[in-house]
Design a protein around this ligand. Structure first.
Ligand code: CP
Ligand code: NVA
Length: 305
């Protein structure tokens, strides 16, 4: 079963295969695979809000000739306590793949354990692998390759940061994760990292780590589910804002990425996100192209590397 649960569960060859397929798909405007998923359907299960993930998966399925169905916790029996295990078993009788956006990562693992179709991680409190595949695609598209591009993450050590760290390990990307001490990536991910040989991931509490970066990345300071201590987060993270002064310390050819939605004036200024170094709307578009490649891989329709 080809689940797409986390980047550390797939090797660099497979991730590269998916990335290259998405880049090709974008160049050819999807025509080469127009009926690749005819007769296939995808359930999109949301226990948290979404704009990009929801519509990019729906557009991807539609453009590949398949169909998708959205199930929101608030309007389904999930919201009344039906288990993920039972939901997985039922949906597997109706559809060919399931995407889940949820809070606890354990729920995603339950979905994969009890489903008899491929399961895709559409964001959990731990990770957001589809997003980082789109980010990698955007970097590769812009610079021509991922090689030797220095990536700096500024802000909260959240789910998006974790998937970026996993990607940096897979591809040998030099990456610095700059967070306040109280907001580092989870200990279990740091422990995993300690067992990876030869990676180039480092940590810093100094937002000045942005010096010389080729790719500067920010995300919201208050992720979905973190609202309880929002005020304290905003205060602690204020020095990590990506503003014009911060970007001026990065490489002159540096680009800015943000998974969106952005909280303008908090983690990033209008001047940066709307400025010439920002690739955020290419990045958002690439969500759709990469979802196509992820779906094709899950269905065994991409050539092996
Ligand atoms: N970046 C991202 O996952 O956006 P949505 O929350 O809108 O899906
Ligand atoms: N870190 C953010 C990403 C949103 C796409 C969150 O989890 O809310």
């Amino acid at each position: 079963m080809r689940h797409f649960l986390d980047l550390d569960l797939l090797n660099a060859e497979t991730l590269g295969l998916i990335l290259n397929a998405a880049l090709k798909e974008k160049r050819e405007r999807g025509f080469s695979k127009a009926s690749a998923l005819a007769g296939k359907s995808l359930a999109l299960v949301f226990e948290k809000n979404s704009t990009r993930t929801r519509i990019s998966f729906q557009a991807a399925m539609q453009q590949l000739g398949g169909q998708s169905f959205v199930l929101d916790a608030g309007t389904s029996q999930l919201g009344r306590g039906e288990t993920i295990a039972d939901t997985a078993r039922v949906l597997s009788r109706y559809v060919d793949a399931i995407m889940l956006r949820t809070d606890e990562h354990d729920k995603l693992e339950d979905m994969a354990r009890f489903a008899s179709v491929p399961v895709i991680n559409g964001l959990t409190d731990k990770s957001h692998p589809c997003q980082i595949m789109a980010d990698l695609m955007t970097v590769q598209e812009h610079f021509g390759s991922l090689k030797d591009r220095r990536v700096v993450w500024l802000g909260d050590g959240n789910n998006v940061a974790v998937s970026w760290v996993q990607a940096a390990v897979a591809f040998g990307i030099p990456m610095t994760v700059s967070t306040p001490a109280s907001m580092q990536i989870p200990q279990e991910v740091q422990d995993w990292l300690a067992n990876q040989g030869g990676h180039q991931v480092s940590f810093s509490e100094d937002p000045g780590a942005v010096a010389g970066a080729d790719v500067v990345i920010a995300d919201t300071w208050v992720s979905m589910g973190d609202e309880a201590d929002a005020e304290q987060r905003l205060a602690t993270l204020a020095p990590y804002q990506v503003n014009e002064a911060c970007m001026s310390k990065a490489s002159a050819s540096a680009v800015f990425l943000h998974c969106l939605p952005a909280h303008r004036g908090e983690e990033v200024t209008d001047g940066v996100i709307d400025g010439p170094q920002s690739l955020v709307f290419d990045e958002a578009e690439n969500r759709m192209h990469i979802q196509k490649a992820i779906l094709l891989w899950c269905f065994g329709l991409l050539d092996e590397a």
